[in-house]
Design a protein around this ligand. Sequence first.
Ligand code: M6R
Length: 362
Amino acid sequence: EKGGYRHFMAKEIAEQPIVLGDALSHYLRGEGIEMPEPGLDFTEFDRMVMVACGTANYACVVAKYWFESLAGISVEVDIASEFRYREPPIPPRTLALFVSQSGETADTLAALRYCEGKAARVASVVNVTESSIARESDLVLPIRAGAEIGVASTKAFTCQLTVLFLLALKAAHDRGRLDAEELEARIAALRQVPGLMNIAMASSDEIAAVAKSVSEARDVLFLGRGAMFPLAMEGALKLKEISYIHAEGYASGELKHGPIALVDKTVPVIVMAPSDHLFDKTVSNMQEVMARGGKVLLITDAKGARAAGDGCWKTILMPEVDPLLAPILYALPAQLLAYHAAIAKGTDVDQPRNLAKSVTVE
Ligand code: M6R
């Protein structure tokens, strides 16, 4: 059932172009974006609250950048275990959106129950559609990733992002911020992602080689800006979950506010940065790291690699992608890096110590 792969995680990483394509064709059957019944009209909401745990929470943080920049709607993101006990006010014109692969995470379910009767609508983005979270939602958006067995979430994350991006486009369209032509152009860019992922998969051997050195580190930093910041946190989570290496994800601009104190020649600093309008700022952050002897592993496109100049320890090239969509594509090298670091360390990739696939107790 591993389909010839050594681990479920490897299979699930490799499956992403196919399952992403499947999720897309499910939501893009006719003209525009098809919503399951009873549908959502974003003119009914003034704000959104998105709640989840772990990797699903990082998908929400990426989506916050999309909803805010494309649809102009304020989004609050919280981890479920904090949200549920905080007694946060939920104004009536709020869309409450819960993201969960399993649909059974106890804290996320409790957060959903807290919002029932307070929020205008309670919607969920789930993989398992016969789950408690799906059952208790007004509207369910399936991610269609297929069964995910590896404890480290991979394809569910990129499918969550894909569905959330479509939802952000719908929100932007409903709210008059994206006309039909722009919507079509955004959808066309999204449709390219599975193909770009296939191209990116070709870097697997190169990533395996660099992951071998990363596996010898005690601490690893991941840096990203904008929607790549939550991806940096996801990259760090993946690495710590399966290789047990201490890793942290930071917003690049936060580096000098503390974490740079950790940098020396033993600390790999993984910078995930497509060439976008903020790339220059990321280059100066990398220079700060290099000036302290830090080893920068830059994951970028050809243009970014040229702009970064010399001095990086290693560069992994990704195909060029719409910067808004980069978190989906760049999830792949982050997953591969964690996977190969775990292989190098000989840890149990699919069943990491102390972790369960579905956390049904708080
Ligand atoms: O099933 P869920 O999406 O609600 O699970 C949430 C987290 O427990 C999950 O994403 C966890 O962080 C994964 N092990 C990440 O790889």
